[in-house]
Design a protein around this ligand. Structure first.
Ligand SMILES: Cc1cc2nc3c(=O)[nH]c(=O)nc-3n(C[C@H](O)[C@H](O)[C@H](O)COP(=O)(O)OP(=O)(O)OC[C@H]3O[C@@H](n4cnc5c(N)ncnc54)[C@H](O)[C@@H]3O)c2cc1C
Length: 382
């Protein structure tokens, strides 16, 4: 006889584990299957996140999970102009993602979920009232299959190849995140430096149509660096998926596109998606009302869709900017009080915060220096 449970979760990273933890707390029997032999490995994420968001959703990092606290963010223009935003009040930290995922796995197991590693989820056959799922060599019958497989299932149009290295170098500034913009070298994205201790950083590069490893190697040329580890990992910038629930499959985290289209940051939005899904799946099972599952997408979109749409508009403009446009934007930013205003805003809702801080005068100035007509999409409709 095959094993039975309420929910099989494919993928034991942050979204799958938070779903499992929350669903088990709500009385569901949950089996998580992670294809890699160890939760959190291989680590691909840089772990930059705001503590506020993690606390809000019930998963603040514990013990030695925090590697650095961020005081400021420096944006560099193609010619080397700088824009510095004070981030000290925003409680932004760098997580050891591997350790953090293990922390959440322990919480899921303590709540009663089973977490299996080295175990791939394969085919799923949907029936009227259940789904039969291949979990490793076993067949498991469940009421629902939660897909938390990240980029393996996220909408393909939004995926961008990225290269990430962990490095050591005297040039790395602790507590300072650096972002390097250049439409030629990193079209549609950027190169980044995220410190995780003294003279140590997670550095990365991505861009449409470029070889990210070549771009990152060129970025590091002239910066005396020891590379500790190299990772190839796709980032997701395509916005939320059309539907989070398809039949008896429920998508959470990156597989549902619950990732910021501006920075590809997805930790907090994926945790929120997974926790929200767990509540609605639990209600649906306990009340035997499948239609309640609709509440999951509605609730997540209610919290994030306005910001996601604003981020997509910003991305639309950003992708059209030439290096000359970028230089113009940096000049406008330098002359504004933006840095001061941004220091009091919300890291998790940075697109709305940015447009709010610029206001109509700032946006009109930017429209004046940018050739692309797309920039008008940022101006409020009259
Ligand atoms: C280079 C890089 C840097 C990033 N930096 C940041 C950052 O600084 N801040 C931030 O907020 N976000 C960051 N992100 C994004 C963040 O890592 C993701 O949004 C987040 O991890 C999504 O979580 P998830 O659980 O949905 O998916 P993932 O973390 O992608 O996990 C999916 C899991 O599913 C497993 N899996 C896949 N298929 C199967 C299968 N068939 N059976 C069983 N298991 C399977 C995988 O092994 C994996 O463990 C970064 C991403 C990358 C690639």
């Amino acid at each position: 006889m095959s094993r039975t449970c309420d929910v099989v979760v494919a993928g034991g990273s942050i979204a799958g584990l938070v779903f499992a933890s929350e669903a088990a707390k709500l009385g569901l029997s949950v089996l998580v299957a992670e294809e890699h032999p160890e939760v959190g490995e291989p680590e691909k994420c840089d772990g930059l996140v705001s503590l506020k968001g993690l606390r809000k959703h019930g998963y603040p990092p514990e013990g030695g999970t925090i590697q650095d606290q961020i005081d400021s963010a420096v944006l560099h223009s193609p010619s080397g102009k700088r824009f510095t935003a004070d981030a000290a009040a925003l409680e932004v930290v760098v997580l050891d993602r591997s350790a953090y995922d293990k922390q959440v796995a322990a919480a899921a197991e303590a709540a009663g979920a089973a977490v299996m590693t080295g175990c791939r989820v394969g085919e799923a056959l949907e029936m009227d009232d259940s789904v039969r799922v291949k979990v490793g060599e076993e067949e498991v019958q469940a009421k629902f299959l939660v897909d938390a497989t990240g980029p393996a299932s996220s909408p393909k149009h939004g995926i961008l190849p990225a290269a990430k290295y962990e490095v050591e170098g005297e040039w790395i500034r602790q507590h300072v995140v650096e972002v390097f913009l250049d439409a030629g070298k990193y079209p549609g994205f950027f190169a980044w430096v995220i410190p995780f201790g003294k003279h140590r950083a997670k550095v990365g590069a991505a861009g449409r149509g470029v070889n990210p490893f070549k771009a990152l190697d060129e970025f590091l040329e002239g910066r005396s660096t020891t590379v500790l580890r190299k990772v190839a990992a796709p980032i997701y910038i395509g916005g939320p998926a059309q539907s989070f629930v398809r039949g008896r499959r429920i998508f959470v985290g990156e597989s549902a596109g619950q990732v910021k289209p501006t920075t590809a940051g997805g930790i907090m939005t994926s945790i929120a998606g997974a926790a929200t899904a767990a509540r609605w799946v639990s209600s649906s099972i306990h009340k035997s009302r499948p239609s309640l599952l609709d509440g999951y997408q509605k609730e997540w979109e209610g919290e994030f869709m306005k910001e996601m749409k604003t981020m997509m508009r910003l991305r639309g403009v950003f992708e059209k900017l030439s290096n000359q446009d970028l230089e113009g934007v940096f000049s406008v930013l330098a002359a504004s009080k933006l840095a001061q205003k941004l220091s009091q805003t919300d890291f998790d809702f940075h697109a709305t915060a940015l447009l709010g801080a610029l206001g109509m005068p700032g946006l009109l100035k930017i429209a004046g220096v940018v050739a692309s007509a797309e920039v008008r999409s940022l101006l409020p409709e009259r």
